[in-house]
Design a protein around this ligand. Structure first.
Ligand code: ACO
Length: 375
């Protein structure tokens, strides 16, 4: 038996042609299907990135128009799913609601167990289109507000904000949401994607794989961190209080949410670079304090622990400035990531080897069985 690699640290589990992370000296490079994340952030939009992840190539103008139309046609939820959302406790975490709705969608798919390329692409488009609707509908239902149905005249990001807030978002808000979805669309073998791939490696249906992914993303060490970052920003409340807050937390041996990363240990995550810029822009426009507090926290964490902010850190102030409630932050991550999850599930189906590692047993061995009345 080989060496134990706790947490599969630095283990290359498989090959993939979806996204590439390369640490090049002082800089980290992240590419989706060979395209640099900074170029996509500058020139692309979420629909185009979702197409790229699913099909492996950038679409032509006509292909993109068709794809965007197909997503629009699939946005509305079956009435049974809306019924389910209304029956969930309004106190459920919105990510639990999303996970439950995905599982329920699976009960309505006659092709649930088919894993062919064409059928899988259909399921992926359906999930990409419906994720924003599930999140917005559940939020409005739990707040006791009327549902705002999808608007075909709006793109993916604009329509999500419209369904969530019940009013058309500004151009700045749409651009910010779109950029955020692009930046969260994929990230190699992160924990939730890997969970999806483990499920896919058993040839489980796509809904089961996505449920595994959503169940993994919610954890505070993964996508659930952004909500905790926001709680920290609220607790710190003023930039000058950041230093003491961070120092005391580090002294108590506690983790600062939104810092540290399994892959980007001494190099800045390129997504954080983009999100920091976006958070600054939005905070200036909204005249909010979140960016200033975040920068103060970043400086103190660097001073006391030499850790860098991860993708979740500046996401928090971006979302707060977009008027998104704290407990929806992880759902926003999922709306972006569903494109990557489904692309990885399809790749796993098509290059499959069952994922089944070994464990080094460290418990007791060779014990003598004692019948129950003699114990
Ligand atoms: N705050 C304080 N110390 C930290 C933090 C943190 N956020 N992150 C890492 N460290 C310290 C650890 O205590 C450890 O120190 P030590 O060597 O003195 O014991 C060292 O840095 C290495 O940490 P590990 O936990 O071994 O690193 P690992 O790669 O296993 O963990 C993780 C990565 C889980 C992301 C970690 O950095 C963490 O808990 N961060 C906070 C949660 C968070 O922000 N998660 C979002 C990650 S991004 C994403 O998933 C989308």
């Amino acid at each position: 038996m080989g060496e134990v690699a706790d947490g599969l640290k630095d283990i290359v589990a498989s090959e993939s042609s979806i996204s590439r992370i390369e640490l090049e000296g002082e800089e980290a490079v992240l590419e989706y299907r060979g395209y640099n994340i900074h170029d996509l952030a500058k020139h692309s939009n979420y629909e185009e990135v979702a197409y790229l992840l699913l099909y492996g190539e950038l679409p032509t103008k006509t292909e993109l128009e068709l794809f965007s139309e197909e997503l629009k046609e699939r946005r509305e939820l079956p009435p049974q799913v809306v019924g389910l959302l209304t029956h969930l406790s309004p106190f459920s975490h919105p990510m639990v609601a999303l996970r439950t709705a995905v599982s329920y969608l699976g009960t309505m798919d006659r092709n649930i167990s088919y894993t062919s390329h064409e059928i899988s692409i259909e399921k992926a488009k359906n999930l990409i289109a419906k994720f924003p609707t599930i999140v917005a509908y559940f939020h409005r239902i739990r707040m006791g507000e009327k549902l705002v149905h999808p608007d075909d005249s709006l793109n993916h990001s604009a329509n999500f904000l419209y369904m969530l807030h019940g009013e058309e978002p500004t151009e700045t808000m749409v651009k910010a949401m779109d950029l955020d979805f692009i930046l969260h669309a994929d990230h190699e073998f992160n924990a939730s994607t890997f969970a999806a791939r483990v499920a896919a490696s058993t040839l489980a249906d796509m809904y089961a794989c996505v449920v595994a992914a959503t169940g993994t993303l919610i954890g505070p060490l993964h996508g659930g961190a952004a909500q905790r970052v926001m709680e920290m920003l609220r607790e710190v409340a003023l930039p000058w209080r950041a230093d003491q807050y961070v120092r005391e937390k580090i002294e108590r041996g506690e983790r600062i949410m939104g810092f540290g990363h399994r892959v980007y240990r001494s190099v800045m995550d390129p997504r954080t670079v983009e999100l920091k810029r976006l958070a600054e822009k939005l905070s200036k426009e909204k005249e909010s304090k979140w960016f200033e507090i975040s920068v103060a926290i970043e400086e103190s964490v660097r001073k006391y622990k030499n850790l860098l902010p991860n993708v979740d850190f500046y996401s928090a102030s971006v979302y707060a400035n977009l008027g998104i409630p704290d407990d929806l932050f992880v759902n926003i991550f999922a709306i972006g990531r569903i494109a990557g999850w489904t692309a990885h599930i399809i790749e796993q189906y098509e290059t499959n080897t069952l994922i089944r590692p070994r464990a080094r047993y460290v418990g007791a061995t060779g014990r003598k069985y004692i019948p129950i009345d003699e114990r």
